[in-house]
Write a new protein. Sequence first.
Lengths: 162, 149
Amino acid sequence: MGKPINKIMVYVDGTEQSVTAAQYAICLASFSGAELIALYVVNTRAMEDLLKARIFLSDEEAEYEHDLEADAERYLKYVGELAAKKGLTIARKQRKGSVHKEIIDAIHDEQVDLLVIGELSRIRSRRDEFYDEAERAMRTAPCSVLIVKDEDRVWELYESLV
Amino acid sequence: MALIDLLVPEVVKTPLEAKDKPDVLRELVQILKDAGQIDDLDTVLKAVQEREDKQSTGLGAGVAVPHCKTPAVKSLKLAIGIAPEGIDFDSLDHEPTTLFFLLVAAPDQSGPHVEALAEIARLARSKAFCQALVRAQSAQEVVDLIKGE
């Protein structure tokens, strides 16, 4: 019988919750020997919508896209450093498009068997249910999904890794 | 960052007192100042005006979304102003604007800024919802409407 988990992908969006998820994914990879991928999606779909709604000018859209690419680099580098501190390597992937769709496509392309995401925002309106990208990814992912909670416990677990 | 995380009655004003575009922008920024969300009114106002000078953020259908990035804030700020009588805001449809969403972001927080703008764009697509906001009698009612949407 093969390993239950061969490839773990953690979705990173710059929130504290996603950093906690990355720490947990690092712990899981350390215990299981699974490969580790960190994914950041630049939400160009939202920016296209803002351009269509005429909230953005075209040069504004380009400026924000550039900013978000820089954010992606920064957060993926940070997660890479978290893994390196524990002697692991993490493959950094940046994609552009609609967030939940890109997560699903990455799962297929990378043959991921476990998606790790941060704690979901509390649903406070009907709108949230429709538009929370992580929730949509969780519902439609073709692989198992792990939602990481309890930041303090995860931090202790991560810190205890040698 | 959900829009409702930024929304408290202190950042909502209905009705606005302003009667023209420059005064609307100043009054919206003043809402943030009065709510203790910004310190430097002039810097924020200048950034909002500079964006507005490129092209009006009056989207039409009575909605405007003035916005800017400025180092004068450390996190995303939202103010909502309502002018039931309508104000000329150089909107794309040349109709008066009744509903104003001001968003001010720190330069290094483009992600939350884009998400909040996208959320406003979605809200603004519902004509009935926008009409309900314009009819609201108090800031608290506006907050309740948006949180209950």
